[in-house]
Ligand binder design. Sequence first.
Ligand SMILES: C[S@@+](CC[C@H](N)C(=O)[O-])C[C@H]1O[C@@H](n2cnc3c(N)ncnc32)[C@H](O)[C@@H]1O
Length: 231
Amino acid sequence: VGAAAANAQHLRERFVQRLLALQPRSVLDVGCGAGAVLGLCRAAGVPALGIEADPAVLRAPRAAGLRVVQARAQALPCADRAFDWVVLRHVAHHLRDVGEALEEAARVCARGLLLAEPWYDETIPSQELAARADRWAKAQDRRHGRVHDENLGPRELLALLPAAWRERAEVERYVCLRAQSWQEFRAENADLFEGLAEDDEALAQARALEADCRGRGMTVNGTVIVTVWRP
Ligand SMILES: C[S@@+](CC[C@H](N)C(=O)[O-])C[C@H]1O[C@@H](n2cnc3c(N)ncnc32)[C@H](O)[C@@H]1O
């Protein structure tokens, strides 16, 4: 397992630890992806349903017997307050209209929202470089027509919720300084490097990132977790 994959698993487990500490009676995981959070909820005996927009992504959690529904975060097929806790983990920066998705999540939760976004501690040189590499990858993704924006910070997420909700929030940040090699970054983003012409500005930017990586080293992403209790 590479550093990035090990880190992704570690951060997901931290997130689920936070979720389980809230003693949820039920969970709605919006943008559930491959269903890792749903699997950890099931292992803990917590009923959980996943919502995912991409039908291809839904195949794996379905095959694993997890409860998942194809729908959009902006139009949840759920009654008001139908789930104890509603979570959006590393989803907000994939959404064009995050505000609508948070409004929906707030409507559907009975006790609160657990939100997480990738995060870098940019006061640390290896993290500042990782944040720059992340921005580079996202810019290439957007050139391919995908929605992949800057990670949202707690302040930006909370600003999208009504004031009374903002007053009941708690923020936790995790960073774990595992080294990430340029080779691994390149392998993970192989599709973004493919077909870049020699004179493409993006290739020059990537070479500058690679040189910085050799000089100061790069580390994997952290996460920021925001717990918001329903007022
Ligand atoms: C980076 S993945 C995160 C997956 C999972 N939450 C996790 O933490 O591992 C983002 C997921 O959000 C899904 N997604 C993107 N836009 C969505 C939308 N409008 N409604 C529901 N899911 C969406 C993507 O298909 C993808 O599976």
